[in-house]
Design a protein around this ligand. Structure first.
Ligand code: SAH
Length: 212
């Protein structure tokens, strides 16, 4: 077991070495990731493992991304603080907590009921977060359009509903690919109703399921 001070040190190291050291520049992203106790969301046998430089299992054969990828996706969203965001794949709720600190309102959907229930408990302090146990392949029509959409599981193709629910000039960050070993992270902007897609890097996410 490590005490709170050790965990704070590990968190600071994570920000310095894994994030800033690899080119994450958004000061708000660095600040928030230096603050949120990742060990509370990740179910590692030892709390310090939450700060490892890699993905971690969160149960139900799902994983939470490596801290760098979480930071990169958050940075790519270029959040100023007044946006309405849709997240697909709440999972542990860690990324949701980050979005809650960086944006005005976060709607997050999760296909696995256990995750929905657990993250609902962990995210209770965030009054600007609304969660649902729901198939995010179809987005969340009721609150659309969204200025930002973040997808943390990979579809083979961009789901049409997410395209429709993105606002004009909105930004979507999404991994796309048929197999876990052949995915590309995209930063997509909607311009005059059309998606302008920019590949960012190769990634490995769990698949976005089409039916739950
Ligand atoms: N952002 C999460 C990572 C979650 S892993 C975190 O910080 O922990 C991807 C998540 O997407 C899994 O929890 C998985 O159950 C969920 N998922 C997969 N397909 C989905 C779908 N169609 N709708 C909603 N959630 C989905």
């Amino acid at each position: 077991m490590k005490n709170q001070k050790d965990l704070k040190n590990l968190r600071e190291q994570m920000v310095k070495i894994q994030l800033a050291g690899r080119g994450i520049r958004d000061r708000r992203v660095l600040e928030v990731m230096g603050k949120i106790p990742r060990e509370r969301f990740v179910n590692a046998p030892e709390p310090y493992q939450a700060y490892a430089d890699g993905p971690l299992p969160i149960g139900n054969r799902q994983t939470i991304s490596q801290p760098y990828i979480v930071a990169l996706m958050s940075e790519l969203l270029t959040l100023k603080g007044d946006e309405k965001v849709l997240e697909v794949g709440t999972g542990s709720g860690y990324q949701t907590a980050i979005l809650a600190e960086l944006a005005a309102k976060v709607y997050s959907v999760e296909a696995i009921r256990d995750f929905y229930l657990k993250s609902r408990r962990l995210l209770k302090p965030y009054k600007n977060v609304v969660l649902a146990h729901k198939n995010g392949y179809y987005g969340w029509e009721d609150h659309a359009p969204y200025e930002r959409i973040l997808v943390t599981a990979a579809p083979a193709r961009i789901p049409p509903a997410l395209e429709d629910q993105l606002s004009e000039e909105g930004i979507m960050v999404i991994p796309v690919g048929i197999s876990t070993f052949d995915q590309t992270l995209y930063r997509i902007t909607k311009k005059r109703g059309k998606l302008v897609k920019k590949p960012v890097c190769s990634v490995a996410f769990v698949p976005l399921v089409e039916s739950i």
